[in-house]
Write a protein that binds this ligand. Structure first.
Ligand SMILES: *Cc1c(COP(=O)(O)O)cnc(C)c1O
Length: 228
């Protein structure tokens, strides 16, 4: 099946309030163009250098989302154009994005990444760390970042019950902080969960942004460089 028919198939299944992010990391620009020509406009990448290069080469109306662990010294490369950073995992990172966004004359939309999976290797705030940051209130002074919601990755397991319960806990947490800190803020509404193997479950558990790579583009070619 072609990339464009896979995109159209997935889109057909999505409820109206859920957007598809086509995760094009490691895939060449020609494949991104195939998806683009099928009408796809939101793409996700997780390596700064690759994102930068694709942004320069590809149509300017693409909305680029950054999904990966972001190092402070790389923020400056994406801040001028990125549509949404999904992976804010510390107050320091948020502060630094704000500083560079101000320099670039932008307000950068961001999601807070929550660590809910069993794997130690995954990044993100625990619920308590996230609560503490929001209670601390310093984020309210950061006028060049906009908090738009939460992101998480479920454990990489086949047990659907576990995956579902992880998404459910994060959705519950979303509701809690929405009420406590963002009740009057309509922009705080995004819930980024669900990948190729678990996005149907994620949608049932409140996702508004699904991040699908393999199911659209096939298996990723292996990386030639491990540098991010
Ligand atoms: C790679 C990646 C995806 C897409 O994963 P697939 O299993 O290929 O759909 C989604 N989210 C993040 C954060 C990723 O790094």
């Amino acid at each position: 099946m072609s990339i464009s028919s896979k995109i159209l198939d997935i889109k057909k299944e999505l409820p109206e309030n859920v957007s598809l992010i086509a995760v094009s990391k490691y895939h060449p620009t020609e494949e991104v163009m195939e998806a683009y020509n099928a009408g796809q406009r939101i793409f996700g990448e997780n390596i700064v250098q690759e994102l930068r290069q694709k942004q320069q080469e590809l149509p300017q109306d693409i909305q680029w989302h950054f999904l990966g662990h972001l190092q402070k010294n790389k923020i400056k490369y994406i801040v001028p154009f990125v549509s949404l950073i999904h992976s804010v995992d510390s107050p320091e990172l948020l502060t630094e994005i704000n500083r560079l966004a101000e320099k670039a004359g932008r307000v950068v939309p961001c999601l807070l990444q929550i660590h809910v999976a069993k794997e130690e290797t995954k990044f993100g705030f625990t619920f308590d760390e996230c609560r503490r940051m929001l209670q601390d209130g310093q984020w309210r002074e950061l006028s060049h970042v906009k908090l738009c919601g939460l992101m998480c990755m479920a454990s990489n397991v086949s047990d659907e019950t576990q995956i579902r319960s992880e998404f459910r806990r994060v959705f519950q947490f979303f509701r809690e902080i929405k009420q406590q800190f963002f009740a009057d803020d309509d922009a705080f509404c995004q819930r980024s969960w669900g990948m190729s193997h678990d996005y149907p479950i994620a949608i049932e558990e409140g996702s508004t942004l699904v991040r699908v790579g393999t199911k659209i583009f096939g298996e990723r070619p292996s990386r030639t460089s491990s540098k991010s």
